[in-house]
Design a protein. Sequence first.
Length: 223
Amino acid sequence: MPGAPVLDDIVIDIEDHGGRGGGSGPPPGGDDGDDGQKRRPFEPPSPRRYYTGIALGIVSILMFFMALSSAYLVRRATTTQWIPIHLPAILWVNTLILLGSSAAIERARKRLLIGDLPGFRSSWLITTGLGLAFLAGQLVGWRQLAAQGIYMATNQASGFFYIFTALHGVHLIGGVTALIYVSQRKIDAKKVPLAVVADVTSYYWHFMDGLWIFLLAILYLGK
């Protein structure tokens, strides 16, 4: 047949190209894409995720307390049954304790930056102790009010006082738990550096400090 040699040449050429460049053969190296992904070395999570997480947590807590504060101010201004309470003096002592704890945690961070691990742990433990002292002082303040016959259901002012101090105390317990965790657990530097953990915890602790001062101002001005 006159066209047979030409047709044979075309078929041979197609087969040659399919064998060399077609998708049926394995890629160079003998590994497919999945195996290459499985064999990637372990990459620790970026520290940015921890900073982002604490920032989102702080914003959500702040919005929650802002809503409570707005309800407090509106109720204080509109009701005729508001009976102010005298704030226990222990609250001012507690404020100084909490301010001291913020100073201690900053000292701990500075000790860590210069590689003084014993100094870091010492200041970190002081922060933890002051945090526990603050919580104990809050309980003393509650007992003082209870001794005067002032409870959460006594009136609207006392109700807000107990709500504010209790919710702040619950969030501060979370901070104390983080402080204890950092001081007692060995941090794997390959996964997350100790400096990052200390920074994130200190940001939350300073926020709790500032939040308490704000709440105390609200309660004082609402007398």
